[in-house]
Design a binder for this molecule. Structure first.
Ligand code: PEP
Ligand code: MG
Length: 321
């Protein structure tokens, strides 16, 4: 359909020359689900499961989680819902989970590290709920792991998925193994991206953490604001390398950090080759419109220039050439 006939509040979009790009929304609270649909998101690109664990005295059990995941899937019968497994630690504490008192929690036990080490039972429970929801919910489920730093961690997570599927089989409980992916949030994951991509269906770039760890500049710290910018050339090059590694290994690649929600940067992300972008729901219509006005050739020339730039100022002005 011509761009003019496409309604960004309801329809999927493609670039002016016809390349489809999935534009999805991030969800951090259950109450956001309806608004996300109203804004025209094609699906959920990052469902932050931490909220299921907050403001309570003990973790949600398997059935409660199953309900939450199927509700999200039923909201997008024709779309995809990417659920991230529990990502606590760092800036995301949960009182009853007894997180260690670390001098530097951002470099400590957080994300997948906790799931594989201290919270293994919780991880299995969450995966059981997810595999059951994958079979029963209307939309397509995808599951991704946060803060992966090594191939070993991914292998261990994938083994746990296998073990959980075997358990459910033995119990005759309906289930399906969803699409599986890895968040790229650490420089080590960027360097390991080919091997990570070989093992999964997709990669999703978390620019908030990837910027923090690449630039050694804590998220939320205003004293280092200029460094906390995903258009810093080093971060942009890390992102480009991730996209390449995904595509060379038959994986699709998305972005779910805040960078994805900046319509000023949409053409650049299209040019880098992203298949999916996920952002806070309010920016979905603007990003969809920016996708529609992009041309893949121009966008990719724009990306090439940006990748040659030496400063973030130069990265940001490439689109005007
Ligand atoms: C990110 O780090 O970019 C991300 C999307 O995850 P979160 O903001 O929840 O850490
Ligand atoms: Mg993150």
């Amino acid at each position: 359909a011509a761009a003019s006939e496409v309604d960004v509040r309801t329809d999927p979009v493609s670039t002016a020359d016809g390349r489809s790009i999935e534009v999805a929304a991030n969800v951090g609270q259950p109450a956001e689900l309806d608004g996300v649909r109203a804004q025209g998101a094609d699906g959920i690109g990052l469902y932050r499961t931490e909220f299921l664990f907050l403001d309570r005295q003990s973790p949600p059990d398997e059935d409660e989680q199953y309900e939450a995941y199927t509700t999200a899937l039923d909201t997008f019968p024709d779309g995809r819902v990417i659920v991230r497994t529990l990502d606590i630690g760092g800036d995301k504490p949960i009182p009853y989970l007894d997180l260690p008192d670390e001098e530097n929690p951002f470099l400590g036990e957080r994300g997948i590290r906790r799931s594989l080490d201290s919270d293994t039972e919780l991880f299995e429970t969450q995966l059981r709920a997810l595999l059951r929801a994958a079979a029963d919910g209307d939309g397509d489920l995808a599951v991704m792991f946060p803060l992966v730093a090594t191939v070993d961690e991914l292998d261990a997570a994938l083994e746990t998925v296998d073990a959980v599927a075997t358990q459910l089989d033995a119990e005759n409980v309906a289930h399906a193994v969803p699409e599986l992916g890895v968040m790229i949030e650490t420089p080590s994951a960027v360097f390991a991206a080919p091997e990570l991509a070989e093992r999964v269906d997709f990669l999703s770039v978390g620019t908030n953490d990837l910027t923090q760890y690449t630039m050694a500049a804590a998220r939320g710290n205003e004293n280092v604001e200029a460094l906390r910018d995903p258009t810093q050339p080093a971060v942009l090059r890390a992102i480009a390398r991730t996209v390449e590694a995904a595509h060379e290994n038959d994986a699709w690649v998305g972005m779910c950090g805040e960078m994805a929600g900046d319509p000023e940067l949409t053409e650049l992300l299209v040019g880098l080759g992203f298949d999916e972008l996920s952002m806070s729901a309010v920016t979905v219509p603007d990003v969809k419109a920016a996708v529609q006005s992009s041309h893949t050739d121009e966008a990719s020339a724009h990306a090439t220039r940006a990748l040659d730039a030496a400063t973030r100022e130069q990265v940001r002005t490439q689109r005007n050439e």
